[in-house]
Design a protein around this ligand. Structure first.
Ligand code: CUA
Length: 346
C-alpha cells in the first residue's frame, strides 16, 4: 500500500513540474516521449524499492532486549525470477523505443529542405539551395529540414532546445541532422560544445515561418543577394572614378562582413554596436597600431589574417581563429579594414 501511494505521489511530482521546454518539432515530440517513458519507469521502480525497504526496516526491526540471531533464510526462487525478468523486459522496452525514435528522427522523408551549416569560432552561417546565405536560420513549418554541417576549426554542436535534436559539427567530416518544425515563432540556436573563449556567445536567431512566408523570404534573399552584389560593384566603380580615395575597401561590405564573420562575438566595436570582451576592444585600434609601430591599415589586415603576429597586452595568443585569411574574400578583407579604420563613420 505504502509503495503504491509513494509511487503515485512521486509520479505526480514528476509530471506536474515542467522539466522540458514546450516542443516545437516532431523530433522533440518523440524525444519527449522517450524521456518520459524511461523516467516514469524509473520513478515507479525507485518508489517501490524505497517503500519496501522502509517498510522492512520498520516491521522487522530488532525489539529491545532481543539478543537472538535472526532466522536463517535461503533464497526465494520466485522472487529472484521476478526481479530478473521484470527489469529485463523494461530495459529491453526502453531500448526498442529509443531505437525506433532514433531511426525516425534521422529520417528526412522524401522531400527535405537541404540547408548547409557552417560553424566556426564563434558564428553560424546557413546556406539554402541556390547559394542563398544567411546568418539567421529560417525554417518552413511542417517540412523536414536536413542540415549538412561543417566546421572550419574545432568541434561545435548544434542545438535548438525546443526542437530537441542535437548534433556535433566536426572539422573534416560532414554531419547531418533533421528537424521538422511544428509551430511558428522565434527560437535560438545554441552552440552546445565548449569550443573556445567565445563559446557562450556562439548563438544564432531561428525563425519558423508558414510555408508561403518561407518561400517569400527565400525569394527575397535571392533578390537581395543579387542586388547587394550589384550595389557593391557600383560603389567600387564610383570610388575609383572619384579618384584618390584613401579607402581602398568598401566599408559597407566591411560592416556586413563584420557581422557575418562573427567578429562581434568576441570584440567590442562601437560602430557595429557590439560589446563582447573576449578579444581586444577594436575602438582602440589606432592606439594599438601605434604601440605595434605599424600603419593602421596594415596593422588591422595583419591582425585579421595572422592574429598572433601582434598580441595586445592582457590577451592570449591562439584564441582568434587563423583561418580568416582563407575564408574571407579579398574584397571582404579590404572592406573590413576600411570599416575598422573608421572610413565609413566619417
Ligand atoms: Cu561553438 Cu561552442
Amino acid at each position: 500500500m505504502i509503495a503504491v501511494v509513494a509511487a503515485v505521489i512521486a509520479s505526480l511530482v514528476a509530471v506536474l513540474i515542467r522539466w522540458l521546454p514546450e516542443s516545437a518539432s516532431e523530433e522533440m515530440d518523440r524525444i519527449t516521449f522517450v524521456f518520459w517513458f524511461a523516467t516514469i519507469i524509473c520513478i515507479g521502480i525507485f518508489a517501490l524499492v524505497a517503500a519496501v525497504i522502509i517498510e522492512a526496516v520498520w516491521a522487522f526491526r530488532v525489539q529491545p532486549d532481543d539478543d537472538t540471531d535472526g532466522p536463517p533464510i535461503h533464497g526465494n526462487t520466485k522472487l529472484e525470477i521476478a526481479w530478473t525478468v521484470v527489469p529485463a523486459i523494461l530495459v529491453i522496452a526502453i531500448g526498442v523505443v529509443s531505437a525506433v525514435v532514433l531511426s525516425k528522427n534521422a529520417n528526412a522523408g522524401s522531400d527535405p529542405l537541404e540547408v548547409k551549416v557552417f560553424a566556426q569560432q564563434f558564428a553560424w552561417k546557413f546556406e539554402y539551395p541556390g547559394k542563398v546565405q544567411s546568418e539567421e536560420l529560417v525554417m518552413p513549418l511542417h517540412r523536414s529540414v536536413e542540415f549538412e554541417m561543417q566546421s572550419a576549426d574545432v568541434i561545435h554542436s548544434l542545438w535548438i532546445p525546443q526542437m530537441g535534436q542535437k548534433q556535433d559539427v566536426v572539422p573534416g567530416i560532414t554531419t547531418k541532422i533533421v528537424i521538422t518544425p511544428t509551430r511558428t515563432g522565434d527560437f535560438t540556436l545554441i552552440c552546445t560544445e565548449l569550443c573556445g573563449l567565445g563559446h557562450a556567445t556562439m548563438r544564432a536567431p531561428v525563425r519558423v515561418l508558414e510555408q508561403a512566408a518561407f518561400r517569400r523570404w527565400l525569394d527575397e534573399q535571392r533578390g537581395a543577394g543579387a542586388g547587394a552584389g550589384a550595389a557593391a560593384g557600383g560603389t567600387g566603380g564610383g570610388q575609383s572614378s572619384g579618384g584618390g580615395s584613401a579607402a581602398a575597401g568598401d566599408a559597407a561590405l566591411g560592416k556586413t562582413t563584420f557581422a557575418s564573420a562573427g567578429c562581434g562575438g568576441c570584440h567590442t566595436f562601437e560602430p557595429a554596436g557590439t560589446d563582447a570582451q573576449v578579444g581586444p576592444d577594436l575602438d582602440n585600434l589606432v592606439a594599438d597600431a601605434k604601440k605595434a609601430g605599424e600603419p593602421e591599415a596594415r596593422y588591422i589586415e595583419q591582425s585579421i589574417v595572422d592574429p598572433d603576429a601582434v598580441i595586445v597586452s592582457g590577451y592570449q595568443p591562439g584564441v582568434m581563429p587563423t583561418t580568416f585569411g582563407k575564408t574571407l574574400s579579398p574584397a571582404e578583407l579590404s572592406g573590413l579594414v576600411a570599416f575598422l579604420s573608421g572610413k565609413e563613420a566619417n
